[in-house]
Design a protein around this ligand. Sequence first.
Ligand code: TRP
Length: 348
Amino acid sequence: MTSTLESSASAVGPLAPAFLDSTAHRVVTGDRPTGPLHLGHYIGTLANRVRLQNLGVPVTVIIADYQVITDRADTGPLRERVRTLIAEYLAAGIDPDRSTIFVHSGVPALNQLMLPFLSLVTDAELHRNPTVKAESLASRRSLSALLLTYPVHQAADIIGMRGDLVPVGRDQLPHIELARMIARRFNDRYGQIFAEPQALLTSTPSVLGIDGAKMSKTRGNTILLGATADETAALIRSARTDSLRHITFDPHSRPQVANLLSIVGGLSGRDPALVAEQVGDGGAAALKTLAAEVINESLRDLRDRRAELLADPSYLDGVLLDGTSRAMAVAGDTLNQARRAMGMDYLS
Ligand code: TRP
């Protein structure tokens, strides 16, 4: 079996009967609480999580607070960021009764699982991890031992929560490979108890920010889910395009124009090339007007609901408490099985 399943956001439906026997799978995903979510998250992952949940697959979303300290000393306003993430998940359609939202720091069993997992990888393997290398360079600090080993922690997340499908961006693929390797090595050493998780890759291209580079918090080029309609329109108006008047869909030679067309297409379920034909001689100005309208229209309910939820922090805290206690049960159970397999179950 291959380790990677390709699916575009819209292909998740049609692919479902082939491999998404909803009772047979568990999806595990996560985000670091380093800031609010943006349109790139929505199109790239969030909408997909909701679709999977609505297909009946149990979805677990980890708020990876311990991963915040992999590359920075200042954690920022964590409590507020965690609440905002929960509000954004729920506003996007994650249903706390069907899905589980929890924080790393609330589930010690995952850390305990990391310990035997660390014995299954070499330091050379960790140093080779391209994501670790890239993040280490980007943070401009020397590599912390946690940054070096967080892929093992993430493997503990996935395996500990019994995830077998992990919807991630391409940058996270080395982590999924590592999780598979850890599961395999554990099984070889102590007996077959873990499934090898698979990555569920979205084929949606990454969303570009208003400066034409990949949309990301650190670049400050995002359109936040929480932005107002006016802020969104102003940001889209300021987005870089090119000097050709006639609009065409050409991702290679016209990436910024193609990005706006893909956003419109992705959010409205239309082919970006047809959107380009429709805009045609209207040029970049008409394309931007259309993009702002489509984004604002698509996010309107989400934004209303987000604001309502943020006004009720005790509800959000309750959702987290409930999700975290469910996660503790699952991870604790996995840890007990691992201990038993290792012959370390004297206390139970
Ligand atoms: N490292 C992931 C990110 O930065 C977040 C994450 C933490 C995660 N634990 C996970 C993703 C488990 C998938 C599965 O996006």
